[in-house]
Design a protein around this ligand. Structure first.
Ligand code: SF4
Ligand code: SF4
Length: 410
């Protein structure tokens, strides 16, 4: 695609990055076939090719409108289009630039600004944990829409954290919402790694990976989250005490793997950020080690079918496809994925389910209907956002796969 950036963007880092991405797009439209919002809404401007065109127009100096902003808001950032694109268009980075540029030019309605502020501050604040505990207790009295967002009291029990010391150590990011909503995911991760002879270290000062602020168009705030995490991890990394930084939420993993690119222009953090990204692994990337260490200690039920929902941040963002299912199957678990919907977003997409609930719930119900055809006893996934969102629409238990492995170790 030919581009002719306006003087405002010509010669800037942002303009150069966007231009390089735009020029790769050949407008073939293959990506439309796998874009959830295009499939639901049927509007070219609610698909990747249309959004790419809108961003190009903005960077070329066209007038930006509220409607342009909304077409970009409706994008789930699921990056399914990237997986499909034969030209390798880096849509994820382009939409980040487009959203940032548009938000600087189009004011949002007051209510929308307030909701976005509340999400940004609330989800990452130290009050979030106590508020969730209170919400879980009062859950039966809450309106249905809020009940969907609050865990059951049984969900906020975590079991014990291992205390053994092992020579092999990894850093584990606890995350921001996960320790409050499903603390058992982190505890189960630490227990399974402990059983495999790996010690999990959690740096107390590390918190939100930055994805919440970046996706709510507060890039400076997101970059500060990244710098804080790097500072929290750096002494451990520098002492060569660990061989990986492990993410058990694929939404955080895709962000931390991008720290190197996000902070490339920051002279004080660029090298450290690149090292952090190089050390970062999704928990499932440890599965080959876990399988060989635990094979004789896992008693898997081959009768109870589990449906695996692969998060977009795992399969499209990190391009990790099939590993969880394959390795769990090799341990004797019965795991299947849906044939027609496996590549599709469940509608969670970070804060999307709050900001665009209509589309988010349509996608959730479509995904659950497909999963329902498998008649699973349990749904498993690899990202806290997907787990909570899917659970809000079904009575089938939805868990992280590590919790299943944790329960099966004897
Ligand atoms: S598939 Fe790739 S090259 Fe084709 S229109 Fe979509 S983004 Fe552009
Ligand atoms: S990121 Fe997802 S929703 Fe957005 S354009 Fe690509 S496929 Fe469509």
């Amino acid at each position: 695609m030919q581009t002719n950036l306006s003087p405002e963007f010509r010669g800037t880092q942002q303009g150069a990055t966007a231009e390089a991405i735009l020029r790769k797009c050949v407008h073939c439209g293959f990506c439309l076939a796998t874009c959830p919002t295009y499939q639901l809404l049927g509007n070219e401007l609610d698909g990747p090719r249309g959004r790419i065109y809108l961003i190009k127009q903005v960077l070329e100096g066209a007038t930006v409108t509220r409607s342009t902003q909304q077409h970009l808001d409706r994008c789930l950032t699921c990056r399914s289009c990237e997986t499909t694109c034969p030209s390798g268009v880096d849509y994820g980075h382009l939409i980040d630039i487009g959203r940032q540029v548009i938000d600087e030019r189009v004011a949002r309605p007051t209510r929308e600004k307030f909701v976005r502020w509340l999400l940004k501050v609330g989800l990452t604040s130290s009050f979030f944990g106590p508020a969730i505990k209170l919400g879980a207790l009062l859950r039966p009295m809450l309106p249905k829409t809020l009940q969907n967002k609050v865990p059951l009291p049984s969900d906020i029990e975590s079991g014990s954290w291992p205390t053994r010391i092992h020579a092999r150590k990894v850093l584990l990011l606890a995350g921001c919402v996960q320790p409050s909503i499903r603390p058992n995911i982190n505890a189960a991760t630490a227990r399974v790694l402990d059983a495999a002879g790996i010690q999990s270290l959690v740096a107390g000062k590390a918190g939100c990976c930055g994805a919440i602020r970046v996706h709510l168009n507060d890039r400076p705030g997101g970059l500060n989250d990244m710098r804080r995490n790097i500072d929290a991890w750096w002494p451990t990394i520098e002492s060569n005490a660990i061989d990986a930084i492990i993410m058990n939420a694929s939404g955080c993993g895709v962000m931390v793997k991008d720290y190197g690119a996000a902070l490339a222009a920051d002279a004080s953090y660029a090298k450290k950020a690149a090292r952090v990204s190089a050390l970062t692994m999704d928990l499932s990337e440890l599965l080959p080690d876990l399988v060989s260490a635990l094979r004789t200690r896992v008693i898997a039920s081959s009768q109870q079918l589990m449906a695996f929902h692969s998060p977009c941040t795992l399969q499209h963002g990190q391009r990790l496809l099939g590993g969880v299912e394959r390795h769990l199957q090799s341990l004797g678990f019965k795991v299947e994925v849906t044939l027609s919907e496996n590549h599709q977003c469940c509608g969670s997409a970070g804060t999307y389910s709050v900001l665009e609930p209509k589309i988010a719930y349509q996608l959730r119900d479509r995904k659950l209907a497909e999963i329902g055809r498998l008649k699973p006893r349990c749904i498993i996934s690899a990202n806290i956002g997907c787990i909570q969102h899917l659970q809000s629409g079904t009575s089938i238990p939805v868990k992280h796969w590590i919790e299943i492995l944790d329960q099966a170790i004897v």
